[in-house]
Design a protein around this ligand. Structure first.
Ligand SMILES: C[S@@+](CC[C@H](N)C(=O)[O-])C[C@H]1O[C@@H](n2cnc3c(N)ncnc32)[C@H](O)[C@@H]1O
Length: 328
């Protein structure tokens, strides 16, 4: 009934062309609206109630929405989603341990401005403007059901319930907290590469390595890339943290999410063969997660460069996970 689609375009223009009530879920990672590196992060679309009303319209009654957010702008995103008609069901939290504060060193700045012996410089020695961010909140929301009960809604629309048994972590109900390799290590895992982390209390979701981000992109040129830390090279058990390193990458997208995290979310909120919307496709992570988990995707990405990365990734993923292997 549905087929995979990757669309290059602006979701503000594409969504109004789609029919009502078609998607079983929406899994997305919008621009956080904090001006992070790129112009697309400054438009404020994630806080636009009218945009989320369109997402609401195209989703089935009872369908779930997960959206990543920044700690700085989560409140605005959550309010916009709620105002559009969704019911805020929960908040997930992805904890990680590998970022560096980017704020101003006010102490150093005062030294340059007033001189190191000035009383104001002395008073504010060591003052800076940022703390270290170690988490990313995720909104879990639901379009209200239009039937009398969740059971009736599931019969009519196939939506309203979550795939709890399949998405159990170990033996336990899916948790609201996800952790990366650095947090796992600090909680008792033995190495950042192979954390023998045996608690089932949290979902283990490492950040993607450069190799994972580049997987399937052999046709693209490599670009110099700068990031805070190398997630795979960050082994807290050895006190090793590679800060501010540069690398050559083919996937030049600055905010690539790990496929396993998105796959887990897709499976949690979408029935098998269900139709998943991602209006902010980036390098195509949601599409890859859908291919891997036997869901159908509609992914929209505005920028040509990202669209091309996503298109190559989708081709490669389709070869890696042929359809017949996904029927269990
Ligand atoms: C945070 S990134 C998503 C990254 C993605 N999760 C990944 O793993 O690659 C947000 C993406 O939304 C795209 N975008 C921003 N505004 C858009 C719009 N109005 N319509 C479609 N895409 C948009 C940006 O170009 C960017 O690639």
């Amino acid at each position: 009934m549905y087929k995979d689609v990757l669309i290059q375009g602006d979701s503000l223009e594409i969504l109004p062309k789609l029919p009502d009530n078609i998607f079983h879920s929406c899994v997305t990672d919008p621009p956080y609206g904090i001006g992070f590196m790129k112009d697309w992060d400054k438009t404020g679309i994630a806080f636009d109630v009218d945009f989320w009303r369109e997402v609401y319209r195209v989703m089935r009654p009872g369908a779930y929405l997960v959206s990543f957010a920044s700690p700085r702008s989560y409140h605005r995103l959550g309010c916009a989603i709620e105002e559009a008609g969704f019911f805020i069901k929960h908040q997930l939290m992805w904890l990680y341990g590998s970022t560096f504060p980017k704020g101003l060193n006010v102490g150093k700045s005062l030294q340059r401005t007033l001189g190191k012996d000035h009383p104001v410089t002395k008073k504010f020695d060591g003052y800076k403007t940022q703390i270290r961010n170690l988490h990313e909140p995720i909104v879990l929301a639901m379009k209200p059901i239009d039937q009398k009960t969740i059971t009736a809604n599931t019969i009519t629309w196939e939506t309203g319930a979550m795939n709890i048994e399949k998405c159990k972590y170990g033996d336990r109900t899916p948790p609201s907290v996800l952790i990366d390799q650095n947090v796992a290590v600090s909680m008792g895992g033995k190495s950042a590469y192979y954390p023998q982390f045996d608690t089932e209390a949290w979902m283990y979701c490492p950040k993607p390595t450069i190799e994972q981000k580049d997987e399937g992109l052999s046709d693209l040129p490599k670009e110099m890339w700068m990031q805070d830390t190398d997630p795979a090279g960050c082994d807290l058990s050895k006190g090793k943290l590679r800060a501010g390193f540069t690398s050559l990458r083919m996937n030049s997208h600055p905010t690539v999410k790990p496929v396993p995290v998105i796959k887990w979310l897709v499976e949690l909120i979408t029935p098998r063969f269900g139709f998943v919307l991602d209006p902010f496709g980036g390098s195509g992570t949601t599409a890859q997660a859908c291919i891997e988990s036997g869901r159908v995707f509609c992914v929209v990405e505005k920028e040509e460069k990202n669209y091309n990365i996503a298109a190559q990734k989708i081709d490669w993923w389709n070869n890696k996970f042929p359809v017949f292997e996904m029927y269990d």
